[in-house]
Design a protein around this ligand. Sequence first.
Ligand code: TRP
Ligand code: SF4
Length: 401
Amino acid sequence: MFDEDCVVSGMRPTGPLHLGHYHGALKNWMKLQHEYPCFFFVADIHALTTHYEDPKDIEKNSWNMVIEWLAVGINPSNACLFIQSMVPEHAELSTLLSMCTPLSWLERVPTYKDQQEKLHERDLSTYGFLGYPLMQAADVLLYKTTKVPVGEDQVPHIEFAREVARRFNYLYGRDEDYEKKAESAIEKLGKKGATLYRSLLKRYQEQGDKEALATGQAYVSEQNNLSMSDRERLMGYLEGIGKVILPEPEALLTPDSKLPGLDGQKMSKSYNNCIYLRDSEAVVEEKILKMQTDPNRKRRSDVGDPDKCPVWGLHAVYSSEESKDWVQKGCRTAGIGCVDCKRNVIATINADLDPIRDRIAELSENESMVRGLVLQGCERAREVARETMNEVKLAMRLPVL
Ligand code: TRP
Ligand code: SF4
């Protein structure tokens, strides 16, 4: 459907969003929504892969997640927002792709063993958990996504999706008269062109000569008098693949959030060091007042070093240059106390969160509007998804009506 780039990303609804999500993924999504057609979805089926034994919060978390996205500024008229399980084509494509996905590919995705070890209190020896990366591949291939904004940890999953797409195209991208059609496209290059193309084809296919491939690709892309589909066919034929039905997606690495957690480590629910978007002013204040500071600054009269203090990490993201100077000087000369320093950043964070909290409260009162938006998002997503499913079924020789 889209000839241009398009972006898809999802988040698992396993809990409320925190400032790490906000300064990492969400700010990046807000930028992307102005640059590409975007699909952002709540990955609720993915949440079940780890939470199948205690799914009770998934529904609430899913709606809350949509509300939080809207509250921070994801704009549903720019980006299509939906919930994965409401677009059944995700499950459908995942099933069809599973037919041609080697088990060994799934077993060697690094997150498989890592997560099983990390979440050892859960029994993750399920078919669904093993299939996690395949479902993620289906999520992105369904929209013929070219760009997938993800964190570093997810890059192997995108690499996996590329392999799945390549294999799919290789297996199902050649129809019966694939060769006949390619030959007739070659004829259209004229005598000289056809001879050139055939010799480059031979050099690449028989000797793996990459230079010949590159020359051939450049040559084909210049043939403006050929139709688009002939050009695509000649490209595919050159590479030894058929028609590209599912394009290979690319990871768009999300810049890491610079905001540390309350203990100075990366902010993460599992470290219990988060400030949540939904935390009240009083909770934000309490959490920050409890933070450890530079361990060498035991008394008010001791000088401190912001580089050894996680509170500085909050200032670094939130404070004005002027306040940062005030902290740097005051801390290093014992001119300010840690409580002064903390109160200053508490005020800034609370001022920033205030309008977000208000919008969360407002949207939470307006359930029917949120549901309506998601319904619209699902419908838009399904239009694209159905089209892809049709192509996939045709290619896999399934009967379609
Ligand atoms: N696996 C991703 C995560 O844990 C969530 C996800 C599911 C996703 N499907 C996706 C991300 C598709 C990008 C694209 O963060
Ligand atoms: Fe940390 Fe601020 Fe105290 Fe310095 S003054 S140790 S930066 S809390």
